[in-house]
Design a protein. Structure first.
Lengths: 135, 415
């Protein structure tokens, strides 16, 4: 089971580190902690005047799943507003089995997490942080 | 498999392991290697049999009933209290209070003993405490205005008692410390603490959650005032814990919870309290769990702990040596075995602790990863968490070797 959890796609997403780092002058920022494990995600976004993301960056102090999720999220977040990020979150929630339906890419990669309930919040923590930043 | 501990005593490990049916389980197609004993230890047949006996031949409420089953249940419940007293090395079973767990026991003291404190009184804790020995005192601080002082931790993960003279004041009423750290395994020097406490008239409480699973205690000689531990970490059931306190302290303390069993007489004008320990056991207690814990204490008193501890520490040394041989590991805690218990915490450079634990799970190895409910200690070392190997007498070399193989695997595939 665990070998599947750390499948190549998830490891590759984490190692890609898409959006890794901080923005110098973000429009908004947010930090979220997972109190159970101590993981922390900080997200910076730059927004246009319609509230759409023009640039996003994240700093993850967390596990490989959290890093992979932040990386995947950063790869598709630009051009979306808060409602668009909610749509992405539905994909992640579908991937980890918390919602019915088929998850779209890149979040379909997280399907193995569905059988690891205690790790699902690791995938969703970057979403929590980004949604806080956009709220 | 008969082994030899460091002390050279015979230790029939195979016979011991047979008493724990769960150890023959497989996990992810691998034999179970259970090294998460610091979170919850496994339970021997003696405990399971005692609980089953209560549930099948004596299940009833305690104290109140006059029928035969109620008498059996009450007798078994009080016998369990006596077993716990023997395990702790105290002569008076009435000083044993059954609680819902170790956390519940600390909360009981923080509330009830806390009622005796005044604004400006001080509680002394340490930087390595479990959250359950921090947060109840913060709640007390919010309620009554006591102050909290914190002993620092040394670079090798021990409570730095050199700071005691500076932190103790005439207003210090209680020093509450982990007897053994749940992260570093370090043993606090109780005599130093008790001697210092006496100088200012402070009481001493030890959180024995990580010490009690490693053999009977002698509280009478330790000289402390309060001692707490958890049932599920000491080979007993969940949902049960113990507070021991000196009789005069229990008698001075008001109740924590109100309800049945803890009263003397109830009128709408006034209620009087039952004497300890009933004063602190409101409502129907966790009867089967208490009986199971009594059986666990009896079972532990029957084990040769000189050999068992030598065996545990030999495994801890094997784990420490093996981990240090893996590139990128960092061990948090004392370098040697002196004044420590078999808890080994480590980090693996470039790999998150939960990822290490997840890969270990695929090897059948159960460990704990994260901040271990000790975030101030994590902050002290500027780390997110550690992976923790916690050892019990029933562990063997195969457990340690599977863990080391898993860590090497994690380092290979996740870095």
């Amino acid at each position: 089971m665990t070998e599947q959890l750390y499948q190549d796609r998830i490891v590759a997403l984490a190692k890609a580190k898409t959006g890794d780092g901080r923005l110098t002058s973000p429009t908004k920022s947010a930090r979220r902690d997972n109190p159970l494990c101590g993981d922390r995600v900080t997200v910076d976004v730059r927004l246009d005047d319609r509230g759409k993301i023009t640039e996003v960056a994240h700093q993850v102090r967390g596990c490989l799943l959290c890093q992979a999720s932040a990386s995947a999220l950063a790869s598709v977040a630009v051009g979306r507003d808060a409602a668009g990020v909610v749509e992405l979150r539905h994909d992640a929630e579908r991937a980890v089995g918390r919602e019915q339906g088929v998850a779209r890419e890149p979040f379909a990669a997280f399907a193995p997490v569905a059988s690891h309930k205690s790790r699902q919040d690791c995938v969703l923590l970057p979403f929590d942080a980004l949604q806080d930043a956009l709220s | 498999m008969a082994g030899k501990g460091l002390a050279g005593m015979s230790f029939d490990l195979a016979a011991l392991r047979r008493q724990f049916p769960i150890l023959s389980e497989t996990v992810n197609g691998q034999p179970l290697h259970y090294l998460d004993n610091g979170a919850s230890a496994q339970t021997p047949l003696a405990v399971l049999d005692a609980v089953r006996k209560y549930e099948t031949t004596g299940r009833a409420n305690v104290v109140r009933g006059v029928h035969a089953l109620a008498e059996r249940a009450t007798q078994a419940y009080e016998d369990a209290r006596s077993e716990v007293a023997k395990f702790l090395g105290v002569t008076e079973p009435k000083e044993i209070v059954f609680t819902g767990g170790c956390t519940a026991a600390i909360n009981l003291v923080a509330y009830a003993y806390g009622q005796l404190l005044e604004r400006g009184d001080r509680i002394l804790l340490s930087e390595l405490e479990h959250h359950s020995n921090i947060v109840p005192w913060q709640l007390l601080r919010s309620r009554s205005g006591v102050e909290i002082d914190v002993l620092p931790v040394t670079d090798d993960g021990r409570i730095d008692l050199r700071a005691l003279p500076d932190l103790l004041t005439a207003r210090t009423k209680l020093i509450s410390l982990a007897h053994v750290s749940n992260v570093t395994g370090s043993l606090v020097n109780v005599k130093t603490v008790v001697d210092a406490a006496k100088m200012v008239g402070a009481k001493v409480m030890l959180d024995g959650a990580q010490r009690a699973p490693h053999g009977p205690l002698d509280l009478a000689s330790l000289g402390v005032d309060f001692y707490v531990f958890a049932g599920h970490k000491t080979y007993g059931p969940n949902g049960i814990g113990v507070l021991w306190a000196r009789r005069e302290l229990l008698e001075a303390m008001p109740p924590f919870h109100g309800g049945g069993s803890m009263i003397g007489r109830v009128t709408f004008a006034e209620t009087t309290w039952a004497p300890p320990p009933r004063r602190f056991e409101a409502g129907t207690p966790p009867i089967g769990q208490a009986i199971g814990l009594g059986a666990a204490c009896k079972w532990m008193r029957g084990l040769d702990w000189t050999a068992a501890q030598a065996h545990e520490m030999a495994l801890a040394q094997r784990a420490m040596d093996g981990l240090q041989a893996i590139k990128g590991t960092w061990l948090l805690g004392p370098a040697g075995l002196q004044d420590r218990y078999p808890v080994v915490s480590f980090t693996l450079e470039g790999v998150h602790t939960h990822d290490v634990a997840q890969v270990l799970d695929s090897h059948g190895v159960a460990v704990r990863a994260g901040h271990h409910c000790a975030q101030p200690l994590m902050n002290r070392f500027d780390i997110v968490g550690t992976t923790r190997v916690s050892i019990a007498p029933y562990n063997d070399k195969a457990d340690i070797d599977a863990m080391l193989e898993g860590v090497e695997h994690a380092a290979r595939v996740l870095r």
